[in-house]
Write a protein that binds this ligand. Sequence first.
Ligand code: FAD
Ligand code: DLZ
Ligand code: SF4
Length: 509
Amino acid sequence: MRIGLILGDQLTHSLASLRVLDPTCDRILMAEVAAEASYVPHHPQKIALIFSAMRHFAAELRNQGWQVDYHEYDAQSSCSTLLSVVQSYATEFSASAIITTECGEYRLQHAISNAWQQQLGIPVECYIDDRFICSQAEFAQWAQGRKQLRMEYFYRDMRRKTGLLMQGDKPEGGDWNYDADNRKRWNGDPSLPDPIAFARDDIDKAVIKLVTEEFSHHPGNIDTFEWATTRQQALEALAHFVRFRLPYFGDYQDAMAKDQHQLFHSLLSPYINCGLLLPLEVCQAALKAYEDNHVPLNAAEGFIRQIIGWREYVRGIYWLNMPQYAHLNKLGNTRDLPRYYWDGDTKMACMSDAFKTTFNHAYAHHIQRLMVTGNFALIAGIKPEDVCDWYLAVYADAYDWVELPNTLGMVMHADGGYLGSKPYAASGNYIHKMSNYCSGCHYSIKTSTEHDSCPFNSLYWHFIQRHKEQFNGNPRMTMIYRSFEKMDSGKQQAILNRAEYLLSHIDEL
Ligand code: FAD
Ligand code: DLZ
Ligand code: SF4
């Protein structure tokens, strides 16, 4: 008898390890444990989503005839780690081997591959997670010998590999990427569809009660829990997105609006990441909508690019570079994460709105993460490890393999430009152009040096000046340095003084 361990982000019926196991003689083990639920203060909604989806998945497996052992969360349990639960069941059933699928976190994968076999005294087999389109080995091969890794070229290979939006060997419509068409500001038109809602069953209710009792000290509200917790519901969320939001996804992908956290985004990442939906089936649904003339090419392409492009690319980078990647800090940042990242209380309207959706929904869309909270952390010089811990804790879709490269690489540029060629630093003008935040803000977007000037405006130039040595030679940044040099020296100094003041009062903004 073998034990198949299924983790909280492996809730897929076609999972590699499930294909190897035999329901007539093997057993499945799933476990809610304190070590996984508490190593960062995960948002209560993230824990509730994972626990409830795990319990529903276990019930589905039982219905299919599997023997499932399920360890429910118990703060008093002597089994507080995955290893201790596996140890206890392996002993109870005299298991001959443990069967696993590659997991999403270096920390756990390293322990499973390198220590568990010795600790358990039985073989531990680990199968490749083929829910991903590009395996770790394939990515390593793609990266080998390249001077620079760039998502765009990787993405084109994934288009060729999957055949998605391809006409023979040519991209549909003639171009690979329609990103230039995806930069509209949203002014209320088209109107937003109603969000999808799900009925809560007994499993959901029991989990929400448990999480309320055990994890209310973690940041975030549980009362506003709206996530799907079964594959069936996740499929409904996919269909709802494709029907109502995907048509405008491309146009408004970069837009932001106060109190509108979803806009035309899918909110599917938590389901794709925990296994309720497969990345390829999500892309195929978008492709079909394009083929049926329901959505334009820039919407289908933009959406598919995020999944077979960015999602697979960051995963490749993660596994190629761990564990040292997690400790990179190539800009030498030393500042602590400001208080408002945890309590949401700031006078900056854009940041306040991003925190509000984060705590209420365990979600913020990509541009809020990248250009608001991320941009601020970058230009204020916050320690990358603190920023990464925050993103890992507060979002329902956050798993180390995807959160870390996005935060440390894309946002914080702490890998020195390995993942992306240029830091995504911006002044308040970018936020003003893409949102309606600034008109209702305590700070003035129009100025940089006054006592009420937008903090982004001076911090941006402080960042640019502070890292002149690193970025001066970057051809994509030449224009930026020129425009600073063109300012008269009095203005330059006033901007830098204002930034210094803000940095020394950073918790008060
Ligand atoms: P949509 O805008 O509808 O996009 C569709 C899908 O594309 C997403 O569901 C997701 O699967 C994929 N996708 C889009 N962008 C990315 C990307 N950059 N990397 C990987 N997949 C992408 N995404 C996570 O899944 N988990 C994380 O922990 C995470 N942390 C992030 C941290 C920072 C600092 C930043 C800037 C981005 C992070 N992202 C993360 C990427 C992205 O912001 C989210 O995938 C997206 O906001 C999820 O919302 P959605 O499903 O509505 O996405
Ligand atoms: C995120 C998470 C949480 C909060 N809790 C559990 C858990 O109790 N049991 C479990 O198997 N998985 C959990 N997860 C997902 C894990 O973090 C995930 O298994 C690792 O990141 C490895 O991929
Ligand atoms: Fe954000 Fe500055 Fe606009 Fe205020 S003025 S909302 S701080 S960009």
